[in-house]
Design a protein around this ligand. Structure first.
Ligand SMILES: *Cc1c(COP(=O)(O)O)cnc(C)c1O
Length: 452
C-alpha cells in the first residue's frame, strides 16, 4: 500500500479496498443487527470480518460485501452442527449421532428448555423424585421391570452398577463376552476403572453354568455380568450359559445378575430374532438390565437401568449417581419417545421393502438416468451384526459422494464397491424431493469426468 509507483491495476485494487463498507456501518444495517440478536454479537462480527477480508483479497466486489454478509447470516445457525440426510441405510448410525429423535421427542425437548418440574411436585410444591414421569414411562414400556433409573449413557450405567455393587470385589464375566465396543472402548477396562476386579470365566468360545458356580463359590463376588456381544458373533463350536441358567446359580447365593444388552430393545422384535430384550432378560432372571437409550430404543443418549427395586435404590443412592444423572432435556426426550408416536428408528427398522422400492424408483425417475439396485440396510450402532434389512438404493458414480456430503443439505450416501449408493430407508418420506434435487446437483457439480 505504501508503494509509490503503483501500477494501474494495483491502484485500482486499492481504490476498490476503500470502497469496502466499514464495520460500524455494516453493523448498523437492520438485518445484520437483528442477526446479532439471534446469533450473538461476536459471531456476526466474525462473519463481517471474513467477508471484508475476502473483498480485500480481491475475491469479492466491495459493492457485494453487504449483501453477501446478509445472506451468510441468514443461513447461519447458532450451533455448528449440520443436519444430515442419512442415505446409508444404517438405522443407528454412530457417526450421525445414533438415533434420530421423533417429532414428539423434539417438541418435548423444546418444552423442557426453560424451567420445568423435573424435580418438583407442583401439587404440593415440594421436591419430587427427578424424572418421575420418565421412570413411569419406562415401567409402562417394560412391565417386567419393578423399577427404572435413567443415567447419562450405557457406559455410565455400567460404571454406576459395577461401582455400587462390586467396587473392591469381583465382577464375574465370561471370556466370550469381554468386548470392545468402538473407538477402542473396552467394557472390561471400564469395569476395572471402578475398582472392581474382573473374574474371567469360561473360554472365548465356550462358557458353562458350572464356570459361574465355581467362581461364585470361591470368590468375593460383587455381581455377575452377562454382556450381549452386540457387534460380533462367535460361531462354530460354541456354548454360553443363558441368563436363566446363571440366575439359577446367583439367586440362591444372593449375588446380583446384571445383563448388559446394549441395544435397548425393551420387548422382543420379530425383525431381530437374535437381539435380546429387557423384558425377556428380566423374566429369565436378570436382576438388572442395562441398555442404551439411543440405539434401538430410538431415544436420546441415555443409559437405562431396569429391574429390582432394592438394587435400583442402591444405585440411585450411590454418590456416583449424581455424576452420571440424566439431563432434563434427555429425560423429556426419553419420555416422549416412549409415550409418543413410533420413533424413526423403529419405523426405519421395519420399513416395508416394497414401499421402499416404490419410493426409490420415483426418486430415481425424478433424477433421471440412474439405476435402482437391491441394497440391504443395517441396524448399525453395533447391533445385530450380519442381519440384513432388505431394501433398495439409487446407484450413482462414486464421485457423486463428495458433492452429496458437502452439499446443502448434506446427504450421506454409502460408498461401496466403487459406487455411491443412496438408500432412502432412514430418510423421512417428506424429504424425497430434497434428496432428488441434491443428487441432481451432485451429479451436475461432480461432472462426468471429474475426480471425487
Ligand atoms: C453400546 C453398548 C454399550 C455402551 O453404551 P453407550 O450408551 O454407548 O455408552 C455397552 N454395552 C453394550 C453391549 C453395548 O452394545
Amino acid at each position: 500500500m505504501s508503494q509509490v509507483d503503483g501500477t494501474r491495476p494495483e491502484r485500482q485494487q486499492s481504490d476498490a479496498r476503500r470502497r469496502i463498507p466499514r464495520t460500524d456501518r455494516l453493523l448498523s444495517n437492520p438485518d445484520i443487527a437483528s442477526a446479532a440478536a439471534r446469533l450473538g454479537e461476536q459471531s456476526v462480527r466474525d462473519v463481517v470480518r471474513e467477508v471484508q477480508d475476502s473483498a480485500r483479497r480481491g475475491e469479492l466486489d466491495p459493492d457485494e460485501v453487504e449483501s453477501v454478509i446478509c445472506e451468510a447470516l441468514a443461513r447461519r445457525r447458532v450451533g455448528s452442527g449440520r443436519g444430515v440426510l442419512n442415505a446409508t441405510g444404517v438405522v443407528v448410525h454412530t457417526n450421525l449421532g445414533r438415533a434420530s429423535l421423533s417429532g414428539a421427542a423434539c417438541d418435548a425437548v423444546l418444552d423442557a428448555c426453560g424451567y420445568v418440574d423435573v424435580e418438583l411436585d407442583l401439587e404440593s410444591g415440594t421436591r419430587s423424585r427427578r424424572g418421575a414421569a420418565t421412570r413411569a414411562a419406562l415401567l409402562r414400556a417394560c412391565p417386567a421391570a419393578n423399577d427404572a433409573l435413567m443415567v447419562n449413557n450405557g457406559a455410565a450405567a455400567m460404571v454406576l452398577a459395577t461401582t455400587a455393587l462390586a467396587a473392591g470385589r469381583e465382577v464375574v464375566i465370561s471370556r466370550g463376552e469381554m468386548i470392545e465396543i468402538g473407538a477402542g472402548f473396552r467394557l472390561t477396562d471400564l469395569i476395572e476403572s471402578t475398582g472392581a476386579r474382573l473374574r474371567e470365566v469360561g473360554t472365548t468360545n465356550r462358557t458353562h453354568p458350572g464356570d459361574y458356580a465355581r467362581a461364585i463359590a470361591d470368590g468375593d463376588v460383587g455381581c455377575v455380568l452377562k454382556v450381549h456381544p452386540s457387534n460380533y458373533r462367535v460361531s462354530g463350536f460354541t456354548a454360553e450359559a443363558t441368563i436363566a441358567e446363571i440366575a439359577e446359580i446367583t439367586v440362591g447365593q444372593g449375588v446380583p445378575l446384571i445383563a448388559d444388552l446394549g441395544s435397548g430393545l425393551l420387548v422382543p422384535d420379530a425383525t431381530l430374532p437374535d437381539e435380546p430384550d429387557a423384558s425377556s432378560a428380566l423374566t429369565a432372571g436378570a436382576d438388572l438390565v442395562i441398555a442404551s437409550g439411543d440405539k434401538l430404543l430410538g431415544g436420546p443418549q441415555a443409559g437405562i437401568l431396569l429391574g429390582d427395586v432394592d438394587l435400583i435404590a442402591r444405585l440411585a443412592k450411590h454418590p456416583l449417581a449424581r455424576a452420571v444423572r440424566a439431563d432434563k432435556l434427555a429425560l423429556a426426550a426419553m419420555e416422549a419417545t416412549l409415550t409418543g408416536p413410533t420413533p424413526p428408528v423403529t419405523e426405519y427398522l421395519h420399513a416395508d421393502p416394497d414401499l421402499l422400492r416404490a419410493r426409490t424408483e420415483s426418486v430415481a425417475t425424478a433424477i433421471g438416468g440412474v439405476d435402482v439396485v437391491p441394497h440391504d440396510g443395517r441396524v448399525g450402532g453395533g447391533g445385530a451384526p450380519g442381519v440384513p434389512l432388505p431394501g433398495w438404493a439409487i446407484r450413482l458414480p462414486e464421485r457423486a459422494a463428495h458433492a452429496l456430503r458437502t452439499g446443502v443439505p448434506a446427504v450421506l450416501p454409502r460408498v461401496h464397491d466403487g459406487a455411491c449408493l443412496v438408500d432412502l430407508r432412514c430418510i423421512p418420506h417428506a424429504d424425497d424431493a430434497t434428496v432428488a434435487a441434491a443428487v441432481r446437483r451432485a451429479l451436475d457439480s461432480a461432472g462426468p469426468g471429474s475426480a471425487d
